[in-house]
Design a protein around this ligand. Structure first.
Ligand code: G3P
Length: 494
């Protein structure tokens, strides 16, 4: 708990006139790790003013120059992998290796953004704690390449990691005002920012707050990703080991990279992709990187984690046994040790997860492991025989707790998936591709993965949720399109 980190405005690092700070609690130690400035509304006004002015000349900056600066920022970001990853470990308890991967993945994402558009003006970017860097640059880079300026409001947990990332853009030499970053209390600057007349577009990733923002924001384009209750439907003919691997340790497909940017083992894999026009072929060979992500990765603190397993009764016992074997092998402990299961982000989050577990207990769910918690650290838990009357059947724990609902047929699975308020992603495990396509068509979610767990990446892919899961689509091209506006000039010759 040393000095308070400065905020970034008009190309300079500044101390807030409020004289106040916001503490950032280390989820592992539960002690104050960092402090950031508690910016005032006047300071937000100043940031908006400079963003507005800077955007005008930024939009006139040639595309090649904007792309050059983004490539430079991407390289600097990757060079700063170590200190930024260390912040992620301390602020959001991200396991050390995942933290480093997030920084590199973010550098790659910044580099992918090199397309032309007609800017909207000032884009307000609000990323979540689970990817304070990656889900910040996934908003910043498309906005900038399209000629917008950016005002970033990072999550409190993850704010210092985000400030380090902004410093990389600062070092790359972006003109002053093109990027700003304000930190502070939601109660003081939250609504003030999202309802600010200077904002021309909001890109938000997070929870219910997004619904409140969308009701207040007014007539501006919104890009919202607000969580999910991603269902995993497992049919009788499924490759059970594959399903178990995906529930416990997902497999994520990444696009072929010119320069392998991390040390994850790679296997070549034939895959059908639906990448966006600029970067990924529609069908072809992509590299499949094995990553320990699944529900366990980030302790289920991913919008795309499998959040409910809907398995056919006839194979449920075998599936549960196999998942339990995997759970028994997971390491639980501090992020510095790169454990599979690390503390969840805040005490209130741990309390919420516990409330879902206790409700399930009261209503008769089968506990496959003993429920165990120390501080913010919750041991992985599989809950079998979950019934619709239990909260965990519908609510998003954002923690290492996975409910299993036994179903009699695929229709029951589809029905449960579609009865959810969420509609982010879902997945199906079956060897029958025709059946998989029919189920996929019936599932009301933004994406369906067949024989793989849900995932946002590769970062080029369009990423969208229905219902309370969001508005619009993210991804490199989708975001650039969303952050630009069609402009028509009709010439009527005399
Ligand atoms: O939770 C945020 C969501 O975007 C997840 O991303 O890459 O873990 O699938 P990813």
């Amino acid at each position: 708990a040393g000095d308070t980190f400065k905020y970034y405005s008009e190309g300079e690092w500044k101390v807030s006139a409020s004289g106040k700070s916001v503490p950032i609690i280390n989820p592992t130690t539960r002690k104050t790790q960092f402090k950031v400035q508690a910016c005032t509304q006047e300071e937000v006004n100043k940031v908006m003013e400079s963003a507005k002015i800077a955007q005008k000349s930024w939009a006139k900056t040639p595309l090649w120059k904007r792309a050059e600066l983004l490539h430079k920022a991407a390289a600097i970001l990757k060079d700063h992998k170590k200190p930024i990853a260390e912040c992620l470990v301390k602020e959001v308890a991200k396991p050390a290796k995942d933290a480093a991967t997030e920084v590199v993945r973010s550098g790659d994402l910044v580099s992918y953004c090199a397309e032309e558009g007609i800017p909207l003006g000032v884009v307000l970017a609000i990323p979540p704690f689970n990817y304070p860097i990656n889900l910040a640059v996934s908003k910043i880079a498309p906005a900038l390449i399209a000629g917008n300026s950016i005002v970033l409001k990072p999550p409190t947990q993850g704010a210092v990691s985000a400030l380090h990332m902004v410093h990389c853009f600062h070092l790359a030499g972006f003109p002053k005002g093109v990027i700003s970053c304000v930190t502070g209390k939601g109660s003081e600057i939250g609504d003030f920012l999202t309802m600010h007349p200077g904002v021309n577009c909001i890109s938000f990733t997070g929870g219910d707050t997004g619904i409140a923002i969308s009701k207040k924001a007014g007539m501006i384009p919104l890009q919202m990703e607000l969580g999910g209750k991603d269902a995993c439907i497992i049919l009788e003919d499924a490759d059970l080991d594959l399903a178990v691997a995906n529930i416990s340790h997902e497999l994520t497909i990444y696009p072929p990279l010119k320069t392998p940017s991390n040390d994850l083992p790679v296997e070549k894999q034939q895959s059908i992709g639906y990448g966006e026009k600029s970067s990924v072929p529609s069908i072809g060979t992509v590299e499949k990187r094995r990553m320990p992500i699944g529900t366990r990765r980030r302790c289920g603190q991913r919008c795309t984690a499998v959040k409910v397993v809907l398995v056919m009764e006839s194979i449920a016992d075998t599936l549960v046994k196999k998942v339990n074997e995997k759970i028994g092998k997971l390491s639980v402990g501090p992020p510095e040790n790169d454990c599979d299961i690390t503390p969840v982000v805040t005490e209130s989050s741990a309390n919420f997860i516990e409330s879902l577990v206790m409700d399930a207990k009261k209503k008769g769910a089968t506990f496959c492991q003993e429920y165990k918690r120390e501080g913010n650290l919750i041991w992985p838990l599989l809950l079998d025989n979950v019934k619709p009357e239990m909260r965990i059947a519908w609510e998003e724990p954002f923690g290492p707790v996975l409910p299993v609902i036994r179903i009699g047929n695929a229709e029951e699975g589809i029905h449960h998936c579609n009865a959810s308020n969420f509609g982010l992603q879902g997945c199906i495990f079956t060897k029958d591709i025709n059946k998989a396509m029919l189920i996929s068509d019936a599932m009301e979610t933004g994406t369906v993965q067949i024989n793989s767990a849900p995932a946002r990446g590769p970062d080029h892919f369009p990423f969208q949720g229905l219902k309370d899961s969001g508005i619009g689509s993210q991804g490199v091209t989708s975001s650039i399109n969303m952050m630009t506006k069609m402009k028509s000039t009709v010439i009527n010759l005399p």
